[in-house]
Design a protein around this ligand. Structure first.
Ligand code: FES
Ligand code: FES
Length: 159
């Protein structure tokens, strides 16, 4: 199988590598690069567990081919924290008990990270709509919504 060469930014670092053109981005991140924070649930674009940010937008990495990120900026859950310091959204998930089974959490974080950058002053309803594509079977949305609201409120209070 002919390999494709791709160059992209991943969590702030430039990468140049070759991939099988049939490989999904989720599999490439997990198995090719060892970034297992991106989880794979349904593998057909429904559950949201595999969400990563590509060029600022949340995408289902199970529906995207790795070759498609050539020239793009990719962010995964591993890029949120700075060393041992959790990102504001990660810290808010902890504070507001937004962590349930954990399998869905990376996708929730990446969906809301992209959403809060684009929507600095969301309503609760805005947040619920934003994560409506991230399926949580344990029904733990309340803490997640409160976490997102607290991050938005903190940013609104910042000069
Ligand atoms: Fe990608 Fe479910 S694994 S949406
Ligand atoms: Fe995974 Fe609710 S967070 S099922």
């Amino acid at each position: 199988m002919t390999q494709a060469q791709i160059t992209f930014s991943l969590n702030g670092e430039q990468h140049q590598t070759t991939v099988d053109p049939r490989t999904h981005l989720a599999d490439f991140l997990r198995h090719g690069l060892g970034l297992t924070g991106t989880h794979v649930g349904c593998e057909h674009g429904v559950c949201g567990a595999c969400t990563v940010i590509v060029d600022g937008l949340p995408v289902r990495s199970c529906l995207m081919l790795a070759v498609q990120v050539d020239g793009c900026t990719v962010e995964t859950v591993e890029g949120l924290a700075e060393g041992d310091a959790l990102s504001p959204l990660q810290q808010a998930f902890s504070t507001h008990h937004g962590l349930q089974c954990g399998f869905c959490t990376p996708g929730m974080l990446m969906t809301l990270e992209a959403f809060l950058r684009a929507t600095p002053s969301p309503t609760e309803q805005d947040i619920r709509i934003a994560i409506s594509g991230n399926i949580c079977r344990c029904t733990g949305y309340q803490g997640i919504v409160e976490a997102a609201l607290s991050v938005a409120a903190t940013r609104a209070d910042s000069p």
